[in-house]
Design a protein around this ligand. Structure first.
Ligand SMILES: O=C(CO)[C@@H](O)[C@H](O)[C@H](O)[C@H](O)COP(=O)(O)O
Ligand SMILES: [Zn+2]
Length: 189
């Protein structure tokens, strides 16, 4: 088991190194996008399924609360948290529309809408990002594998170069923490 643990830690490190190599500039660009949006009084909406739902909530909690600096709360909403909304939309319209309808209800032009999907192909995330685009929002995909269908729907696609879901998720939370840091410093330091 030690050998397997070591193998997984090495795989994690290689993914983080690949992010450093391939995604430093696009991550910085997304941080700029968020800084400009918050400065303009726009908000952030974030969604994903399973572990990515947890990542969406983690990201939003750091924005509404704080990351490292004492500062005002930033307007951000996770579309994964209200079980009444999620069960009503899933039951009445289908699981593929649980995020789209929330985008319809909450998104305004200039808002930033982030979809997190390791496959890049979760239909409920893709449907919501498509509508977000039509509504004049800026769209961001935190993706994996080949970026899937969502890659084409995202103004900014941050595709973690791996085919292994847990390693991709570890890349996503690393990127999210860097975004929190850059946004907080950009707005308040
Ligand atoms: O956390 C994990 C696997 O590590 C799972 O909960 C995983 O997030 C779920 O299977 C998701 O439904 C996968 O969706 P996606 O990342 O392909 O959009
Ligand atoms: Zn997971």
């Amino acid at each position: 088991m030690i050998a397997e643990t070591t193998r997984q830690l090495r795989a994690h490190r290689e993914v983080i190194e690949a992010i450093e190599r391939d995604l430093a500039a696009p991550v910085a660009a997304v941080a700029e996008l968020l800084i400009e949006a918050f400065r303009a009084g726009k908000k952030l909406l974030v969604m994903g399924n399973g572990g990515s739902a947890a990542d969406a909530q983690h990201f939003v909690a750091e924005m509404v609360g704080r990351f490292k600096l004492e500062r005002r709360g930033l307007p951000a909403v996770a579309l994964t948290t209200d079980s009444s909304i999620l069960t009503a939309l899933g039951n009445d319209y289908g699981f593929d529309l649980i995020f789209r309808r929330q985008v319809e209800a909450l998104a305004a032009p200039g808002d930033v809408v982030v979809g997190i999907s390791t496959s890049g192909s979760s239909k409920n995330v893709a449907a919501a990002l498509l509508l977000a685009r039509e509504l004049g929002c800026r769209t961001v995909g935190l993706l994996g594998r080949d970026g899937g269908t969502i890659r084409e729907l995202a103004d900014f696609a941050l595709t973690v170069p791996s085919n292994d879901t847990p390693r991709i998720q570890e890349g996503h939370i690393t990127i999210i923490h860097i975004l929190c840091d850059l946004v907080e410093k950009g707005l308040f330091a």
